[in-house]
Design a protein around this ligand. Structure first.
Ligand SMILES: Cc1cc2nc3c(=O)[nH]c(=O)nc-3n(C[C@H](O)[C@H](O)[C@H](O)COP(=O)(O)O)c2cc1C
Length: 178
C-alpha cells in the first residue's frame, strides 16, 4: 500500500538549500511509489505554544489556538512518515520549525507516524548541527517513530548553492526508504 510522507520545509527561503533537499527527497519518495505532502511552515501563520495545558486538561488533544497548525494536523493524519527540514540558525533549527515542533505537544502521543528523517543545511561544518540532531532524535523517541536518517549539507550559504552537490542524491536515496 502506498505511504504518505509529510515534509515540513522550514526555511523562509523557498527554493533555498534545505528546500531543495526536500525536493530531492520528495523525488525519491515518489520514485518508490509513495506520496508526499510538503508544507512551507515558515510561510504559515503558526503561533507559539502558550503552555496553557488546554490540550491535555480540557480538550483531549485539540489546541486552544486556531491557526495554520490545523493544516499540519490534517496532513499528519494522512501521513505515515515525517521529515523535518531546516537551515541551521545559530547552532539550532530555525525558529519557524521549532514553533511547529512545540505545538506537536497537543497530540504527540496520538500520532501514528512510523518513520521520519531530518534534513539540515549549514554554512559551516557539521558540528554546528549537533543540537538540532539531538532534538530530532529525542522527538523520534518521544513520538514513537523510527529514524530513517539524518542528512546535513555543510558548506552551503547562498540560496541554491546546494544544487551542484552530491548530497541531493543522498536525500533522493533517503526518500526511497521512507
Ligand atoms: C539567522 C541565521 C543564522 C545562521 N546560523 C548559522 C550557524 O550557526 N551555523 C552555520 O553553519 N550556518 C548558519 N547560517 C547559515 C545557514 O544555515 C545556511 O545559509 C543554510 O544553507 C541556509 O539554508 P536555506 O537556504 O534552506 O535557508 C545562518 C543563517 C541565518 C540567516
Amino acid at each position: 500500500m502506498s505511504r504518505t510522507v509529510l515534509i515540513l520545509s522550514s526555511s523562509p527561503r523557498i527554493g533555498g538549500n534545505s528546500d531543495l533537499l526536500c525536493d530531492s527527497l520528495a523525488s525519491g519518495v515518489e520514485a518508490a511509489g509513495n506520496k508526499t505532502i510538503k508544507l512551507h511552515v515558515a510561510h504559515m501563520n503558526i503561533a507559539p505554544c502558550k503552555a496553557c495545558e488546554y490540550c491535555h486538561e480540557k480538550s483531549k488533544g485539540v489546541c486552544v489556538i486556531q491557526d495554520d497548525m490545523d493544516q499540519v494536523w490534517a496532513a499528519l493524519e494522512q501521513s505515515d512518515s515525517i521529515v523535518f527540514a531546516s537551515p541551521i540558525y545559530f547552532f539550532g533549527c530555525s525558529a519557524q520549525l521549532k514553533l511547529v515542533i512545540d505545538r506537536l505537544y497537543a497530540r504527540y502521543e496520538k500520532m501514528n507516524l512510523q518513520t521520519g528523517a531530518l534534513l539540515l543545511t549549514c554554512a559551516a561544518d557539521e558540528d554546528v548541527a549537533e543540537s538540532a540532531k539531538i532534538m530530532y532524535r529525542k522527538i523520534a523517541e518521544c513520538c514513537g517513530f523510527q529514524d530513517k536518517g539524518i542528512i546535513c549539507a555543510t558548506d552551503v550559504w547562498a540560496a541554491g548553492e546546494i544544487s551542484e552537490k552530491s548530497v541531493l542524491r543522498e536525500a533522493y536515496n533517503l526518500g526511497k526508504t521512507l
